[in-house]
Design a binder for this molecule. Structure first.
Ligand code: SAM
Ligand code: ZN
Length: 463
């Protein structure tokens, strides 16, 4: 197992603020199953283990962390424009939802290792918009697959097609991504057609060639069972296989290897997954939209190795955390719901003592990969030089004494104490901005000087 700096942990809080305290390049795999913008409230059924747990999937601009908008506007202006355009078509709910997601995906990208993978679970409500956001953030060439997961049995929709599939968008950070090839089960029709033979012990098999005529590299020439051929195995190995009853002789006496169904790897995994059923029976704990462990096992096995760090920033009923621990990965889970931990702890307790190795906190972690610096005279002088003596808000020249050091992302949203997160504002601009983003301040300034254009019109959101 490789060493990593993380230990199994569940954080209660908004994943944006928690992830803001996680070091860059430190996570191997992120799977997220956030709300899908389904415009409803999810509640666990009364009487289920998760009773009392609920989460909201209705979006307004109030859900958007305006303090984090600046980063998005500065780094991804065209994506912001794209989200605004979608907002025109779909309304403010979708705009707020996509902005909320984009703000978090930016941070996920920062904390993933270059070998890492990102799996975003969503559904056709917004999957096509989320894909464009991810194409932009991860790079369109790092898109690997849109997995279609058949989530339920056929639905009887009297006025249309039963929408019973979810989407999982898979992106990688670079060409060096971790990948362990996975196999799915054969279709019944294929088994029926190919595995037509039954051994004395009832095991199904199909005959595989032992003669080497289709092989370019030659073989071993000798007579076996009255047939003179080029064979794939030397004669003594052929004898061993025969003695082990591993050879099937056709009616004409040709030797074939018995390839057993129960030893077959299966079909290399395709992008349509219809072999994993929705949670049922004992596994169903009633957590709203709980996902099956089998789904998580598949993703974790495919895109991480033992000892790797798996993060689920919207972990809900902790399916990912449990699956990751079962597979000897380090698991980090984050959920905003204060009721989740009780439920999660019970689940881990039941699961073979996994809890012993698990921490829970509502404190935000702090990055250790950046140089923290308290607000000081030196910091002020450095910023003063960088900003050429101008206020970041009104762009006016001031003497150094008139400047105040401002946290770009406020401390209560886990904004770090480091020079990258500081800027100088004149006293007036700092007062107007308060704990809000720069975009708010710019908008205020532009309203006063109405000859200036406020280019990034997130303004309706600030009303
Ligand atoms: C669809 S559920 C996840 C279900 C989970 N995959 C499972 O198998 O149980 C989405 C979860 O996201 C959480 N959530 C919503 N906004 C969040 C945020 N900003 N940060 C962390 N968790 C959040 C909700 O409380 C909810 O538990
Ligand atoms: Zn100013």
């Amino acid at each position: 197992m490789t060493k990593n700096a993380h230990k199994n942990m569940l954080y209660t809080g908004d994943c944006l603020y928690v992830m803001n305290g996680i070091n860059s390049d430190s996570i191997d795999l992120i799977y997220l199953d956030p709300p899908f913008n389904s415009k409803r409230m999810y509640e666990a059924p009364v009487g289920s283990k998760a009773a009392g747990i609920s989460f909201n999937d209705m979006w307004t601009w109030k859900d958007v962390d305006t303090e984090y908008l600046d980063q998005l506007i500065e780094e991804y202006p065209f994506m912001v424009q794209f989200i605004q355009t979608v907002g025109i078509i779909h309304g403010d709910g979708m705009k707020a939802y996509l902005t909320y997601m984009a703000q978090r995906i930016v941070v996920m990208k920062r904390i993933l290792k270059p070998t890492g993978s990102f799996y975003l679970h969503c559904d056709p409500t917004a999957s096509h918009y989320l894909k464009i956001i991810c194409d932009r953030m991860f790079g369109k060439n790092n898109f690997k697959s849109e997995i279609i997961w058949k989530r339920s049995n056929p639905k009887n929709d009297s006025k249309g097609l039963g929408n019973n599939n979810d989407r999982i968008l898979w992106y990688v950070m670079s060409k060096k991504y971790t990948w362990n090839k996975q196999y799915g089960p054969y279709e019944d029709a294929y088994i029926k057609k190919s595995y037509r033979y039954k051994d004395t012990d009832g095991r199904l098999f199909r005959p595989g060639p032992l003669d080497a005529k289709s092989l370019a590299g030659g073989g071993y020439e000798y007579e076996w069972n009255g047939r003179y051929h080029l064979w794939r195995l030397p004669k003594h190995k052929m004898q061993q296989l025969h003695d082990a009853k591993g050879i099937y002789y056709s009616s004409k006496g040709l030797a074939n290897r018995k390839l057993y169904l129960d030893e077959a790897k299966g079909v290399p995994l395709q992008a349509i997954w219809n072999d994993i059923a929705y949670v049922k029976g004992n596994e169903d704990l009633g957590y709203p939209t709980q996902k099956p462990l089998a789904l998580m096992h598949r993703i974790i096995k495919a895109s991480s190795n033992e000892g790797d760090v798996v993060l689920d920033p919207f972990c809900g009923g902790a399916t990912t955390c449990v699956a990751a621990q079962q597979l000897n990965r380090t698991s980090l889970g984050i959920d905003i719901s204060e009721k989740s931990p009780r439920f999660l702890i019970e689940r881990l307790q039941e699961d073979g003592g996994l809890l012993n190795n698990f921490g829970h906190t509502s404190q935000y972690p702090k990055r250790t990969d950046i140089k923290t610096e308290k607000k000081s005279k030196n910091v002020k002088e450095t910023l003063f030089k960088e900003q050429k003596g101008k206020c970041k808000g009104c762009n006016e020249d001031f003497g150094i004494k008139n400047f105040e050091i401002d946290h770009i992302i406020p401390r209560d949203k886990n904004g770090p104490d480091c020079i990258e997160n500081y800027q100088l504002l004149c006293g007036h601009c700092n007062r107007v901005k308060g704990n809000r983003p720069m975009a708010f301040l710019t908008m205020r300034i532009n309203r006063i000087n109405d000859d200036m254009n406020f280019k990034v019109s997130f303004d309706s959101g600030f009303e």
